[in-house]
Write a protein that binds this ligand. Structure first.
Ligand code: ZN
Length: 368
């Protein structure tokens, strides 16, 4: 009897257990099937879309830039060959074991024949310029589609861009000397005193700083990262040190903000300086020139200042010590009474910041 009861209980428990187990399995598979049903078409759709998009791009002769970061220069060459990209080195490579720590265009951006790819090697900041050649096929309509796709990609990537802003001068000039370029026997003051407002008497260093801080705001609103050489007037920074800050952060562009001065008080207008081609600027003078053109035209458009054009300079330490594209914007004349007044108005400073930012954004989205 006792045995019977226990076996009955056992049977009953097992049955209950089996019942719940089967119920559990049923719901388990049901939920799995539902999730699968929801996910599968979505994934499929997405994969198909991505595949089609890629094929479409490839058909038009556009090619996503491979990731060269962390590769040796030698490996990068092999990768590009594999992808049917012709990598033509235009400069001395240095040691082939150098690791690539920076590239422009960056990985995933579309590249096209004739585009210039910038690469920085790990040691000694060797900068190598190479151009990528891919199979050619082109119509203006395709170009437009390409532009659209590229701009979308760039919008996503904007947050990876870094810009260095250098508000020119500082409260106290530093008249000690430093070479105007690496290894140069020609010396120049570390940081000359700037000009000052003919009416406001305000020193240029302060006006430059006010404008640069506004420019920082505009760029950050656009999700561009900004590195400042200074955020106070009370610093002691030579022009070589300022360039070193931009180099250290491997920025896409180094923008120096200045206001002009002249003995002739009727002189007015804005100009943008860029590095002349020399042994120090060989690798970035072209990109700098492009940036200067864009910034100058946007600045003039936004402020209505007289367009004094672009000026190539080979005597500026801040240019010659730079390893990245660099420009210097002269935002107007503090020695001109009308422009002194304007340059000290917050609203006008914002217009200047807007114009320069627009030029920088255009330069960044060009990628070359
Ligand atoms: Zn200046």
């Amino acid at each position: 009897m006792r045995v019977k009861t226990s076996s009955f209980i056992f049977f009953k428990t097992t049955k209950r257990f089996l019942f719940f187990f089967i119920l559990f399995l049923f719901f388990f598979f049901l939920s799995f099937a539902c999730a699968g049903k929801q996910r599968k078409p979505f994934l499929k759709e997405e994969l198909k879309e991505a595949k089609e998009k890629k094929e479409e791009e490839l058909k038009k002769g556009y090619f996503p830039m491979p990731n060269l970061l962390g590769k040796t220069l030698n490996e990068a060459q092999i990768i590009c060959k594999d992808l049917n990209l012709k990598l033509k080195w235009e400069e001395n490579l240095g040691r082939e074991s150098h690791l690539i720590v920076w590239q422009m265009p960056s990985s995933g951006e579309l590249v096209k024949e004739g585009w210039v790819v910038w690469i920085i090697g790990e040691e000694s900041e060797i900068k190598v310029r190479a151009s990528v050649t891919i199979p050619d096929s082109d119509t203006s309509n395709e170009k437009m589609v390409f532009e659209k796709v590229r701009k979308e990609k760039i919008r996503e990537k904007k947050s990876s861009y870094v810009v260095c802003l250098d508000p020119g001068h500082q409260r106290k000039a530093n008249l000690e000397l430093e070479p105007i370029g690496p290894g140069s026997p020609v010396m120049k003051e570390k940081c000359r005193g700037g000009t000052k407002g003919v009416l406001t008497k305000k020193p240029e260093s302060q006006v430059n700083l006010e404008i640069a801080l506004k420019l920082k705001e505009v760029l950050e609103r656009e999700k561009v990262k900004v590195v400042m050489t200074r955020t106070s007037d009370n610093v002691n920074l030579s022009n070589v040190q300022r360039a070193a800050i931009a180099n250290k952060h491997r920025v896409q562009i180094f923008v120096r903000i200045h206001a002009d001065g002249s003995l002739n008080s009727s002189q007015r207008g804005a100009s943008t300086l860029y590095p002349a081609r020399n042994k120090w600027t060989e690798l970035f003078y072209q990109a700098s020139f492009k940036a200067a053109k864009l910034v100058q035209s946007e600045l003039v458009k936004s402020t209505g200042l007289k367009d004094n054009g672009l000026v190539a300079r080979s005597d500026l330490s801040g240019f010659n010590w730079s390893r990245v594209p660099v420009i210097l914007v002269e935002v107007g004349f503090l020695t001109n009474p009308e422009e002194d007044r304007l340059l000290n108005q917050p609203d006008f400073q914002r217009k200047i910041a807007q114009g320069i930012a627009q030029g920088i954004l255009k330069f960044l989205s060009l990628g070359d």
